[in-house]
Design a protein around this ligand. Sequence first.
Ligand code: ZN
Length: 148
Amino acid sequence: MSALSRGKIDYHQYINSEEWRSKHPGFLAAANYQCSAFPWCKVGKGAHYRCHHVSYANLGNEKYWWDVLCLSPFAHKHIVHGILSGYKRPSEQDYYPNRSQSLFHSYCRLPVPAKYAVMVFLFALAGYLGAGELGMAAGMLIVVLVLR
Ligand SMILES: [Zn+2]
């Protein structure tokens, strides 16, 4: 039994520990070396990545897909901890994950073909609404802000 699984875990100590880092190769393999948000982005095997905590409930005893997702640095910094949280850290949020982050996590857990289907649907919807790319981006931002 590790020091971390015995008692209360210090997040910062854990996240910088060899124990946490030693789990990354398994997480990356489970992610098939694909960003959970943008499956065309490679993660690991030389490509930058972030092992993202979906929740901290099982800190120190994480299971891939349930507790942790592998993300590209962009998706991690600018989406899940960016526009979806107003660039707040989880510790600065009233609730983590908030509703839009939970929705995003659900999307990230979809099988890859379903993710592409979601994207095609969103683009088709934007086209149908005549929104154009800029309008769609603004629309998504509004949805994100409302859900937050
Ligand atoms: Zn994260």
